[in-house]
Design a protein around this ligand. Structure first.
Ligand code: MN3
Length: 199
């Protein structure tokens, strides 16, 4: 199934000042588009050409870097745009998600600190995550285009810590970007829905 670039679920200027119009114009319109274009080219003639995205990501991991890197990043970004909304973030978590964070991650303050530490601790490009594995929430980080999906887990929240995601707005201050993502951008209702789907 050919990849297509989804529209952002909000306007390019909707997340300012925490993520600027210029960042989204480059990040969504150019970087994500490049993963779509290069992924479609890499898929041609492979066994994954007509598979769905999750199957491509899992199947090509460790086998075909050109397919995996682009498919992995397409998968991650499809989710990333949905994990943000104007006026998001903070401590207004829906009940089921809130309970799971208390139960598995030691409460919201510890979850925030550990999530930010995972993002700051990812050396070079990558992502930090909250994922569901065996019915429990975990915090993790991955390099490049990898995700919890290739470790048998289901991501329910992720933050892109590639420099293209924050350098225009925060320069080298990755911790400040992660803090703003958590405090002002996360779409907790979407995270809650993905938790419900992950079981
Ligand atoms: Mn990115």
């Amino acid at each position: 199934m050919a990849f297509t670039l989804p529209d952002l679920p909000y306007s390019h200027d909707a997340l300012a000042p925490f993520m600027s119009k210029e960042t989204l114009e480059y990040h969504h319109d150019k970087h994500h588009q490049a993963y779509v274009t290069n992924g479609n080219n890499a898929l041609k003639g492979t066994q994954w050409e007509n598979k769905d995205l999750e199957e491509i990501v899992k199947g090509s991991f460790g086998k075909n870097p050109a397919v995996f890197n682009n498919a992995g990043q397409h998968y991650n970004h499809m989710l990333f745009w949905k994990w943000m909304k104007p006026g998001g973030g903070g401590d207004k978590l829906p009940g089921k998600l809130k309970n799971a964070v208390e139960r598995d991650l030691g409460g919201l303050a510890k979850a925030k600190a550990d999530f930010i530490a995972a993002g700051v601790g990812q050396f070079g490009s990558g992502w930090c995550w909250i994922a569901v594995k065996d019915g429990k929430l975990t915090i993790d980080k991955t390099p490049n285009g990898e995700s919890p999906l290739v470790k048998g887990a289901t991501p329910i929240l992720g933050c892109d810590v590639w420099e293209h995601s924050y350098y225009i707005d925060y320069r080298n201050a990755r911790p400040k970007y992660l803090e703003a993502f958590w405090d002002h951008l996360i779409n907790w209702e979407e995270v809650d829905q993905q938790l419900a789907r992950a079981g």
